[in-house]
Design a protein around this ligand. Structure first.
Ligand SMILES: [Zn+2]
Length: 375
């Protein structure tokens, strides 16, 4: 068993775990949990999403509410070049040839050690810890997660804001296609044709693009047509995405796109279909952070000696695909710098603080439960 959290972290990053090939690292975690006497099992999600491992789920029985922590165990690299962690002056980096894997092995190491520590406590809430698969490639093992007990609060550990920062919102994106149908004829018979490219041009010129004043984003990234020089284009495809922190803004932008398409078709004589790619769209994550879960986060940050903060992130997290399933859910920043790059780093102190924060969350839930009983 490793001596401290930095050696546990280094051992974890040395094990390649690209998305879909998490089995070896899951075995390593399982081994650690077994030695620590922590009950755990692997679910069958691997079969559903094409990974050689399912989500590894650990459980600690306690009293009162159930809190669930989630940390994904896959990393962005193929693992073909071994990761060689280097510790210098309290900071851990790779040897410069690979990523380090702070995203998200720092969270994994901290969660493993925190579980062992929480287990040694006399009183604690019920804990579920999920070591999840395929976060980085968007397949998201947590999408199919079915914990045996419904958690009261869910904490997803990921993201590289400073420690003590919690994530209350994450952008969602909706992918759309506008298919414009005109009539394609040889240019010599242009009067009989309906130019779908013209409709596309009107949409491009009239639709507001980029960041809009309500904080949503609209992007049209593709305009596709057969494009023969002597043919009036009869079919044109526009595609892009809308991003926002809440669903209603996305719906509003899609409606706006629809009305622009309708106008363009009225002017040109085209017709259109607007299609949403539901399979690849991701709903926004919006925590009900004003309620209990934010007080737990604040209380725990204080206990762990960290400056509490709440941010919205522009990326998507596992929280997005679980939105609506768990009432109280929040993201916890794992710290570190430059994720997904060869200059990725984290300090030993950050690893220790993250572990301390997870333990403090369990303590805070316990304290809040007990204090409510006092008349
Ligand atoms: Zn991550």
């Amino acid at each position: 068993m490793p001596k401290d959290i930095s050696s546990l972290f280094c051992n974890l990053v040395k094990i390649p775990s690209p998305s879909g090939k998490e089995l070896e690292v899951a075995r390593f975690i399982s081994n650690y949990l077994r030695k620590s006497g922590i009950y755990h099992y692997t679910d069958r999600v691997g079969k559903t999403i094409g990974s050689n491992s399912g989500n590894l789920i650990a459980e600690l029985k306690g009293e009162g509410p159930t809190i669930m922590f989630i940390a994904h165990i896959d990393t962005v690299e193929t693992g073909n070049t071994p990761i060689k962690p280097v510790i210098s002056d309290g900071t851990i980096t790779s040897d410069g040839n690979t990523i380090l894997g702070v995203d998200n092995k720092a969270a994994v190491a901290a969660l493993m050690e925190a579980l062992a520590e929480i287990k040694r406590k006399k009183t604690r809430p019920n804990i579920i810890a999920v070591f999840s698969v395929r976060e980085e490639d968007g397949e998201m093992g947590v999408k199919y997660l079915k914990p045996r007990t419904m958690p009261d609060q869910v904490f997803v550990i990921d993201g590289s804001s400073p420690l003590g920062t919690f994530i209350s919102c994450a952008l969602g994106d909706t992918l759309f296609e506008i298919r414009l149908h005109g009539r394609s004829v040889h240019v010599a018979y242009a009067e009989k044709g309906i130019n779908a490219m013209k409709a596309a041009g009107i949409i491009m010129a009239s639709q507001r693009l980029g960041k809009l004043d309500d904080g949503s984003y609209v992007n049209i990234s593709k305009v596709v047509s057969e494009g023969k020089n002597n043919v009036i284009p009869g079919e044109v495809l526009l595609s892009g995405e809308v991003r926002a922190f809440n669903k209603s803004k996305i719906v509003r932008r899609i409606k706006e796109l629809k009305s622009k398409a309708r106008d363009a078709c009225r002017i040109t004589g085209c017709t259109y279909d607007l299609l949403i790619n539901r399979k690849e769209s991701i709903q926004p994550f919006n925590s009900i952070a004003k309620e209990g879960i934010a007080s737990i986060a604040r209380m725990a940050s204080k206990q762990a000696g960290l400056k509490f903060g709440m941010v919205r992130v522009k990326g998507t997290m596992e929280t997005n695909v679980m939105q609506g399933r768990y009432r109280y859910m929040i993201g916890i920043s794992r710290g570190g710098k430059m994720p997904h790059s060869k200059s990725e780093s984290i300090t030993v102190k950050e690893l220790e603080s993250l572990k301390g924060l997870i333990v403090a969350i369990a303590d805070s839930v316990q304290k809040m439960r007990v204090s409510k009983r006092v008349p």
